[in-house]
Design a binder for this molecule. Structure first.
Ligand SMILES: [Zn+2]
Length: 341
C-alpha cells in the first residue's frame, strides 16, 4: 500500500505551525511561523497556504496525499467554517475561514476548533488509546479553557460547530466577569490567564516580582508558598465542579485534562477530585477501584492527565482528514513518535 500523508495546521495567537504527517507513523516536518494577527486574516491565510504548498511539494514523492486539516481558535461556526469573535484576534469576527482556505488551495480543507483537534489527537494517539475508550471529553487549560468531546470516534460538533464549550460553563453564578458575556466561567478560574490574574491580586505589594506565568506560580506552590497553593486549590475546585457536571451529563469512560496548566496536576488533583466525588453520583457509582485504575478499565469513569503534550494540536489537525475519510480507524494503531512522553 502506498504511504499516505496529510498536512495539518495549528493556528495559535502567537505561532502558526504547519506539519506534514505520515499516516500511521509520525510528523515528517513542521514549519513554524509567527502568526501575523495584526496584518489581518487574509495575510495569515496567505502565510498558511504558502507553507501548506511547500510541504505538499516536499513530501509528495512516493506518497499519496490524504488531505489537509486545520485547527483554529474558536468559536467556529460549522459547516460554514466561519469564525466568530476571537479574543486574541481583533478584526477577525465573521471571517469565512473555510471558504478562504479552499478558494486559495483549490481543494477540500477539514476545519475544526483547536480544542476539538487536541481531543481527537488524545483520543487516537494518547490516553484514548491507552484506555481503549470509545469516547472522551477533554479540557485544555491554556490561555483559555478549551473543550473537545469525542463520541465513538467522532468529534461532537453540535448543531453549529459549537458543541464542547465547557470552558464557558458557569462555575460560580456571581463570579468573575468573562469576555463571553457570562460570569463565573470555568475559564476564569482554571486557565493560565486566570492563575496569573489571581497571582497578581495576591502578590502585588507582597512579592516582587509578581509571578507572570502558571509555571512560576507552580514553582512557588511546590516550595510551599501558601498563596500559590491556594491558587491551584481554587483551580482544582472549579475544574472538579465542571467535571462533575460533564460526568453527570455525558457518562463517558474518560475525561482528560491537558494544556500547559495540566503540568501542575499534582497541585490541583486533590481539590478537583474532592469536588467531583462530592458533586457527581454518576462518578461515585462508576469510580474505578485501585485495581481497575491500574488496568485502565474503560468500563469505569477515569479522570486523567493528557498523555500528549504541546503537539496535540498539530497532530489532531493532521488526523482530521484521515478520520473524515475513515482511514484512522482502519489503521488500528496510529503511532506518534513525535509526541513528548
Ligand atoms: Zn465565559
Amino acid at each position: 500500500m502506498t504511504d499516505r500523508y496529510t498536512i495539518g495546521v495549528d493556528l495559535g495567537g502567537t505561532n502558526l505551525r504547519v506539519a506534514a504527517y505520515a499516516a500511521g507513523n509520525s510528523l515528517l516536518e513542521t514549519i513554524s511561523l509567527p502568526t501575523r494577527v495584526e496584518k489581518g486574516p487574509d495575510r495569515v491565510m496567505d502565510d498558511m497556504c504558502a507553507a501548506i504548498r511547500e510541504l505538499e511539494k516536499r513530501h509528495a514523492d512516493g506518497r499519496e496525499f490524504a488531505g489537509i486539516g486545520v485547527g483554529t481558535p474558536g468559536p467556529l461556526e460549522l459547516p460554514e467554517g466561519k469564525l466568530h469573535s476571537l479574543p486574541n484576534f481583533p478584526g477577525w469576527d465573521g471571517y469565512p475561514m473555510l471558504a478562504s482556505l479552499e478558494g486559495r488551495l483549490g481543494q477540500r480543507v477539514h476545519l475544526e476548533s483547536d480544542a476539538n483537534v487536541a481531543a481527537l489527537a488524545e483520543y487516537h494517539l494518547g490516553s484514548g488509546r491507552s484506555y481503549g475508550a470509545a469516547s472522551l471529553c477533554m479540557l485544555t487549560l491554556g490561555t483559555g479553557v478549551g473543550n473537545g468531546i469525542i463520541l465513538n470516534g467522532h468529534i461532537w460538533d453540535g448543531n453549529n460547530g459549537m458543541g464542547g464549550e465547557a470552558g464557558h460553563n458557569t462555575v460560580y453564578p456571581e463570579g468573575i466577569h468573562c469576555p463571553c458575556g457570562n460570569r463565573g466561567c470555568l475559564e476564569q478560574y482554571a486557565s493560565a490567564t486566570a492563575l496569573i490574574h489571581a497571582a497578581k491580586i495576591r502578590y502585588t505589594g507582597k512579592r516582587d516580582p509578581v509571578p507572570t506565568s502558571a509555571a512560576e506560580i507552580a514553582n512557588l506552590a511546590r516550595e510551599g508558598d501558601q498563596d500559590a497553593l491556594e491558587i491551584f486549590d481554587g483551580a482544582g475546585r472549579a475544574l472538579g465542579i465542571s467535571l462533575a457536571t460533564l460526568i453527570n451529563t455525558l457518562n463517558l469512560p474518560l475525561y482528560v485534562v491537558g494544556g500547559g496548566v495540566a503540568g501542575a496536576w499534582d497541585l490541583f488533583e486533590t481539590a478537583m477530585m474532592e469536588e467531583v466525588h462530592s458533586r457527581s453520583y454518576v462518578f461515585r457509582f462508576t469510580e474505578p477501584s485501585e485495581e481497575e485504575r491500574r488496568q485502565r478499565s474503560p468500563r469505569k469513569t477515569s479522570i486523567v492527565h493528557a498523555e500528549l503534550g504541546s503537539e496535540a494540536g498539530i497532530l489532531g489537525a493532521c488526523l482530521l482528514p484521515l478520520v473524515a475519510n475513515g482511514v484512522a480507524k482502519s489503521l488500528g494503531t496510529i503511532h506518534s513518535c513525535a509526541a513528548p512522553a
